[in-house]
Ligand binder design. Structure first.
Ligand code: GLC
Length: 472
């Protein structure tokens, strides 16, 4: 079976918006109008994204780009010759994972995984405590598998913006998502991990590669399909990477292998717009969401599209409508009025209703929210979930369409995607696929679910790193 996830059976149409009360209907339309982006606006965003990519790649840009365009130093894709046992770490969400991966002739023949929770106190505490915890988890994992004495190479997926100075060096630029530990910004995450490992004194692992989750996803995608050229994460956060011509990448502090033709560039697209270039699409809801976020005034684009924020955006729209007395008869519940009270999981559930012409899920969600509702309320809530989904899909699609145009490949380019939002939302992939076709007409591409790119991709990258190091 093809691992391609885009299904033509899933309708992309919005729900039928029937609001019996004309006043409510007008108020509703006025409230959500700013979330609707025309094709003209989308093409303008595409043009800006392209300019920002160019600026981000320049050594002395005339103005600052919101895109970091980080050199990952990964200049090779898996070619079926990868061999050996590798440890992989995956840090970026609320779970931390340790994996043991065994590759034989490029094929994954063994995989052991263990998940460890990273509580808020660690995510917001001191960096040293966080890295000590990671080292402790590695030790426990190895002990469980009787591997404490073994010397193993390790690939570290650290899904935050890094300034990479080589395959095994990544300086944290800023925290994002749910992390904000003291003492790590400006430091090399690999060094901090190595220091924690040495502090223990009972581990024998070599951190040979650090990577972003998008990079891991692209690598895992290339393992599944050699036509893979783009990696995308749509989960708690969002970001993309792609294969760029090496001559376009000017920062090679860690050394460039002679004859390098291509290299993966981590765009850090979640920060697109941080310089203000996208302010023309910013709504009052976006501003409010940003004000109350963990890291305000940063990762503007991510806040429009990713799993951490879509539910909250929908909630803010509902709260405004309640205050205008055009939803739930003007009465909100404590849950609805509490930040985080409406999660992105609810959006996925309600969108499934829209696809199935049902109201079962929306009723479950509204009961859970403890609000009283009528038929108009159901239709409005369904429409809000569609609108925030649709805007997210359009914004993701315009960046992908721009990358595809820029890569200008004659053959189809596979876009490897991973992340909880992408996997759990019933039709985000259908919408993204539709909009890429609209924004990059004639470009051949396919979306591929590259599950666990940040885990398996880290193991594969460690294997690639060994091969690349031998060439340096
Ligand atoms: C955030 C991080 C980025 C990561 C993305 C998805 O945007 O800055 O590095 O790839 O989340 O996890």
């Amino acid at each position: 079976m093809s691992p391609c996830v885009t299904s033509t059976n899933i309708p992309s149409e919005p729900p039928r918006l029937e609001i019996s009360d004309p006043k409510k209907s007008t108020q509703y339309q006025e409230c959500v109008n700013s979330l609707k982006l025309s094709k003209e606006t989308m093409l303008k965003i595409g043009k800006i994204f392209h300019e920002e990519m160019e600026l981000g790649l320049s050594l002395n840009p005339p103005k600052k780009s919101s895109l970091q365009m980080c050199n990952t130093y990964i200049t090779q894709l898996p070619d079926g010759t990868e061999e050996g046992e590798f440890l992989a770490l995956d840090l970026g969400g609320t779970n931390f994972r340790v994996l043991l991966l065994e590759l034989s002739k490029g094929q994954l023949v063994r995989e052991e995984v263990k998940h460890y929770h990273v509580p808020e106190a660690l995510r917001l505490g001191h960096g040293i405590t966080l890295f000590d915890y990671l080292a402790k988890c590695i030790y426990e994992f190895l002990k469980e598998h009787d591997l404490e004495k073994r010397r193993l190479p390790l690939g570290f997926t650290f899904s935050f913006p890094m300034d990479q100075r080589g395959l095994d060096s990544g300086v944290l630029v800023t925290w994002t998502k749910t992390f904000n530990c003291e003492g790590v910004v400006g430091e090399d995450a690999v060094k901090m991990l190595n220091d924690a490992i040495h502090r223990r004194g009972d581990l024998n692992v070599d951190v040979i590669a650090v990577l972003n989750d998008t990079t891991g996803t692209l690598i895992q995608g290339a393992y599944l399909d050699p036509a893979c050229g783009i990696g995308l994460i749509l989960g708690t956060g969002s970001n993309a990477c792609y294969i760029e011509k090496a001559e376009k990448v000017l920062r090679w502090d860690g050394g460039k292998i002679n004859g390098t033709e291509e290299v993966i560039v981590d765009i850090e697209s979640g920060a697109f717009g941080d310089t203000g270039v996208l302010d023309f699409i910013r709504t009052d809801f976006d501003r409010e969401l940003d004000r109350h976020s963990l890291l305000p005034e940063s990762f503007t684009f991510e806040k429009y599209i990713s799993g951490r924020y879509l539910g909250e955006l929908a909630r803010l729209i509902m709260v405004k409508l309640v205050n205008q007395r055009s939803l739930f008869a003007g009465v909100g519940s404590e849950k609805l009025l509490t930040p985080g009270g409406f999660t992105t999981r609810f959006i996925s559930m309600i969108e499934a209703d829209t696809i199935n012409h049902s109201t079962d899920n929306v009723r479950i969600v509204l009961d859970e929210l403890e609000v009283n509702f009528d038929a108009d309320d159901i239709n409005i809530v369904k429409d809000i979930c569609y609108l925030v989904t649709d805007r997210s899909a359009k914004l993701v699609a315009i960046t992908l369409a721009t990358i595809l145009e820029r890569m200008n490949k004659p053959n189809s380019v596979t876009i490897a995607v991973d992340g909880s939002l992408f996997k759990l939302h019933p039709r985000l992939s259908t919408l993204i696929d539709k909009y890429i076709q609209e924004f990059a007409p004639g470009r051949k591409f396919s979306l591929l679910l590259a599950e666990d790119g940040s885990g398996k991709g880290a193991g594969l990258t460690a294997a690639l790193a060994l091969k690349m190091k031998n060439k340096l």
